[in-house]
Design a protein around this ligand. Structure first.
Ligand SMILES: NC(=O)c1ccc[n+]([C@@H]2O[C@H](COP(=O)([O-])OP(=O)(O)OC[C@H]3O[C@@H](n4cnc5c(N)ncnc54)[C@H](O)[C@@H]3O)[C@@H](O)[C@H]2O)c1
Length: 278
């Protein structure tokens, strides 16, 4: 399903690692909606990932950039404007990584060098992307920047570790920079708080299977898929959401506003009956 929502628009999609990545689906959707895109990821991910397959399908150029390097980001934006033939209209920040999560280091026993890296890669990178775009005047007026977040920014999900703090910072940067970029250039900045999704980053979180199933049973509409998220991103890049900025938008099938669902109640009743019956 595509409606040429992004006809004539140009943008950068960060973070497509493999076909499960949310950014992978977002790239396919943006192109189906008529956009021209550049794909970017960290140099190591380009070596390990399958991004060239996606680039071929999307008729896109791939440009490496480590989101923690201002030099890389500057080069990426300049080259993107060259390749795309002018200023851009949207950016998807779909970047997250926690060395503490990767190494199974508990939140209460954190390694602070790792913690810094988590914040740098997963949150400050959005500031860097926005600052670079602003300095280079790389975005047209009414452009849209979207970064992907998770509800652990507001509520405690123990297995999510220091990524929770990174997401809280990411959402705050979207609000703070959204203010400045809005006044300066009418550029909007939002975060999308997505349901648990089976991807490399998602599955790396301890207990992921359990909270994927829990969220599925809690959400009146079920978990939102990566494809659904891609469609929502396309809408946010489009002119139909011109006045939406500085928001964290929940894209989670209703999870964030559900206290408890009848499905969870039934599960707990079943367990209680089983344990009462010995
Ligand atoms: N999967 C989920 O359950 C879920 C839920 C809500 C939000 N999110 C968020 O969605 C975003 C995309 O994650 P995903 O689930 O598609 O997983 P993914 O593993 O496919 O994507 C994460 C991407 O971040 C990139 N990355 C890591 N370090 C980088 C660096 N230094 N510079 C540039 N890129 C770097 C990786 O190469 C990878 O492409 C992340 O921000 C993630 O936190 C995921």
């Amino acid at each position: 399903m595509a409606n040429q929502l992004l006809k004539g628009k140009k943008g950068i999609i960060f973070g497509a690692l493999d076909e499960r990545s949310i950014a992978w689906k977002a790239a396919q959707q943006a192109v189906a909606e008529g956009a021209q895109i550049v794909l970017s990821n960290a140099p190591i991910a380009l070596r390990m990932g399958k991004i060239n397959e996606l680039a071929k399908e999307c008729n896109a150029t791939v440009i490496a950039a480590d989101a923690t390097s201002l030099t890389d980001l500057e080069a990426l934006m300049n080259q993107s404007m060259e390749v795309l033939g002018g200023k851009m209209d949207f950016i998807l920040h779909s970047i997250g990584m926690s060395p503490n999560v990767r190494k199974n280091i508990e939140y209460t026993d954190t390694n602070y060098d790792n913690f810094h890296k988590t914040l740098d890669i997963s949150a400050l990178s959005l500031h860097r992307v926005l600052q670079t775009a602003m300095k280079l005047d790389a975005l047209n007026e009414w452009s849209s920047v979207v970064a992907l977040s998770y509800i652990a920014a507001q509520r405690s999900f123990p297995g999510y570790n220091d990524m929770a703090d990174a997401k809280a910072l990411l959402e705050s940067i979207a609000r703070s920079f959204g203010y400045h970029y809005g006044f300066a250039k009418k550029v909007r900045v939002n975060t999308v708080s997505q349901s648990p999704t089976v991807t490399t980053a998602g599955s790396g979180v301890s207990g992921f299977d359990v909270f994927y199933t829990y969220a599925e049973k809690m959400s009146p509409l079920g978990n939102a898929s990566a494809e659904d998220c891609a469609k929502f991103c396309a809408l946010l890049f489009s002119d139909y959401t011109r006045m939406v900025t500085m928001q964290n938008l929940f894209h989670d099938g209703g999870f964030s506003n559900t206290g408890v669902s009848h499905l969870i109640v039934e599960e707990i009743q079943k367990i209680a009956t089983e344990s009462a019956n010995g």
